[in-house]
Design a protein around this ligand. Structure first.
Ligand SMILES: [Cu+2]
Length: 416
């Protein structure tokens, strides 16, 4: 091998390495920070299997939890008036069997209110083997897919073994939707393709461009389109319309009841939240200290609750910063939540003593983790609108969790 070949191979290897790290996740980090911090706040997300679990083709997987629609919804995208609950996976590697928001089936789109929390539940079934990153996702009209936290699931087996059986409203059991009536699909495609091919050949079998151009130039229409052509055209018209009528009648006979695809929207009611007024949080100042990967929030917190409260967690863009000094907060971190989304260090609070009923306290909250950088949230400094949003989880002395939004402008700093 000469030097050039070695060089070329090295470059190729490096490129492959770069490409493979890019496709390692599937793009959730590419969304602008404001889209991830100020739209959806997912929490209590649970998967029915553990991160890195191995399941088989046809096995089911349930994602469920809560999603909070941020009240300071970004102005540049539509309000979540039309949304659709889905799942983010690399392609149709799972099928979605069921999905619900606040127990309402989410076969159709719906609209939600900002500042409110909704329960979601998505039931998937493994279809294609591989190692897949599985997230809940909500598609918002004009904003695209906004994804929740994801875990890795390994699917083993053979894609050909995938079976999706359903029972129709008339009680008929369809053994496998994946292959249901595909014979008909092939047959009808073949029939129409044959007619199309015949019609094409009918015309192109004759001399084409130059001769016909000359006939057009001379205005010899009778030679361009002969009487036989016209007869053939008329015959085909009769055959095609006849075929359509016939196909329609045998379809109606075979499937007595057909329901059109539903274009309406589902309605999901808001579950009243009586905790809303219990605590108020005012952002006084917020900074992102770049070299330290720390977001510092200077907040004024008022406790209108009848029990003392403490700050347990700050969460934004699926990242979680837990106050490890508070057992309720530590217990609130569900087992199986992706580790890379949980800060290693505790949430820093300059005065972590309880905020008493009626008390207003000014606290400095530090959320430090390299994840700000890995998750590319540090690029919020390049946004023309440098603002942040997140949720603060408070716990009262009985362990009851009260969740409040926190938001404001954020300034970059380069020195502590
Ligand atoms: Cu992913």
């Amino acid at each position: 091998m000469n030097v050039t070949t070695v060089f070329k191979k090295t470059v190729l290897m490096l490129m492959l390495l770069i490409v493979s790290t890019v496709i390692y996740a599937h793009g959730e980090r590419n969304q602008e920070p404001f889209l991830r911090m100020k739209t959806l706040q997912w929490y209590d997300v649970k998967w029915s299997v553990k991160n890195e679990a191995t399941i088989k083709v046809n096995d089911e997987l349930i994602l469920e939890g809560k999603v909070h629609f941020f009240s300071r919804w970004p102005q540049v995208i539509n309000k979540p008036d039309t949304i659709f609950l889905a799942n983010a996976t690399p392609g149709p590697v799972f099928i979605r069997e069921e999905s619900y928001m606040n127990e309402v089936p989410m076969i159709q789109s719906t609209g939600v209110e900002v500042g409110e929390v909704y329960d979601f539940r998505v039931k998937l079934k493994a279809r294609i083997p591989g190692r897949h990153h599985v997230h809940p996702m909500i598609n918002v009209e004009s904003a695209g897919g906004l994804v929740g936290p994801g875990i890795w699931v390994n699917v083993e087996g053979d894609a050909d073994d995938f079976v999706y059986s359903v029972e129709t409203r008339t009680g008929q059991t369809i053994e496998n939707l994946g292959t249901y009536a595909t014979g008909n699909v092939y047959k009808w495609h073949a029939i129409w393709a044959a007619i199309a091919a015949f019609w094409l050949i009918w015309w192109i079998r004759r001399p084409l461009l130059i001769q016909r151009y000359l006939l057009v130039k001379d205005g010899q229409w009778g030679k361009l389109i002969t009487l036989t052509d016209k007869k053939m055209g008329a015959t085909l018209m009769v055959v095609i319309i006849g075929l359509l009528i016939y196909a329609n009648s045998i379809t109606r006979e075979a499937y007595e009841y057909t329901i059109p695809l539903q274009g309406g929207r589902a309605v999901v009611d808001v579950v009243p939240n009586s905790d809303k007024g219990l605590i108020t949080v005012k952002n006084k100042r917020a900074e992102y200290y770049l070299p330290g990967r720390t977001v510092t929030i200077d907040a004024e917190i008022t406790n209108n609750h009848n029990l003392p409260i403490r700050i347990g967690e700050f969460t934004s863009a699926n990242l979680r910063f837990i106050n490890k000094a508070l057992p309720y907060a530590v217990a609130g971190l569900d087992e199986g939540y992706p580790e890379e989304l949980v800060a290693g260090a505790s949430l820093g609070i300059d005065d972590d003593t309880s905020i008493m009923p009626g008390e207003t306290k000014r606290v400095l909250i530090d959320a430090t983790d390299v994840a700000w950088e890995i998750e590319r949230l540090s690029s919020l400094l390049n946004d023309p609108d440098s603002s942040y949003g997140g949720l603060l989880f408070f716990y009262d002395s009985n362990g009851k969790r009260i969740i409040k939004e926190v938001y404001g402008q954020i300034l970059p700093t380069f020195k502590k």
